[in-house]
Write a protein that binds this ligand. Structure first.
Ligand code: 5RP
Length: 231
């Protein structure tokens, strides 16, 4: 029986095995993604030649420490493969991301990738999204206006705070509202509604980006492609 961490590591290592010489890779953020960064670093040390783009400053630091060559996201229009964690994922490969507060860059790189691979332990697979809040990145001056829009969309926004009780800041200097919606009946409609709110710069609903999932389970890693009946 694999522990949660062992499931994350096994899923991450299985996804990293997809990476081929010469690829440009998007690297996600979070504990599962950090197992992927370590695994990729080991492959690079054994001669694999790849370049990577990081979804956060902390991922950039971890990738550099692992010996992975980095490219500035501002210089990238398309990627071969993006590997990232999720907070929840449903059988249709719609996901909530952003517990780490980096979903804006994560969405850009996932969208730029020819193939987006999610990696997760079994606790992340759900029948319906919404047990966790949907994080949204907000321009600070638009906070009250965006809060009003979230409430109108049926959510309860809560400002994310840091350990000192100050507003948590993204790598871009913006704030985060964690928005509780409860069970989400139509994630595609909610994603569209959120995207229409001016001042809301990005949200953690990924409704179309994920192409494949490596799911760590207590026994083994299960790979599914979008369109498979995953669970
Ligand atoms: C960061 C993310 C992470 O990928 C997500 O929170 C999963 O994290 P972990 O692998 O630590 O459970 O979206 O913004």
């Amino acid at each position: 029986m694999k522990s949660t961490d062992e499931q994350k590591r096994a899923a991450a290592e299985a996804a990293v095995a997809e990476i081929a010489d010469g690829m440009l890779i998007g690297l996600g953020t979070g504990t599962t993604a950090s197992f992927a960064i370590q695994a990729l670093g080991r492959r690079v040390a054994h001669g694999l030649s790849v370049r990577a783009v990081a979804t956060s400053d902390r991922t950039a630091a971890a990738a550099a420490a692992a010996g992975i060559a980095l490219v500035d996201p501002a210089d990238v229009a398309a990627l071969d493969l993006c590997i990232d964690g999720v907070d929840e994922i449903d059988p249709f490969f719609r996901a909530i991301k952003g517990a780490g507060g980096t979903m804006l860059r994560e969405k850009i790189l996932a969208s730029a990738a020819r193939r987006m691979v999610a990696i997760a332990d079994s606790s992340k697979a759900v029948g319906r999204l919404g047990a966790r809040p949907v994080p949204v990145e907000v321009l600070p001056l638009a906070k009250r206006f965006v809060e009003r829009g979230i409430v109108a969309a049926g959510g309860e926004p809560q400002l994310r705070l840091d350990a000192r009780g100050c507003p948590w800041r993204t790598d871009q200097g913006n704030i985060i509202l964690d928005c509780a919606f409860g069970p989400i009946g139509d994630p595609v409609a909610l994603a569209a509604r959120l995207a229409e709110i001016p001042g809301l710069l990005g949200h953690g609903l990924f409704v179309s980006e994920v192409d494949a999932l490596y799911l760590g389970t207590p026994d083994a890693v299960v790979r599914s492609e979008r369109g498979d009946c995953a669970w």
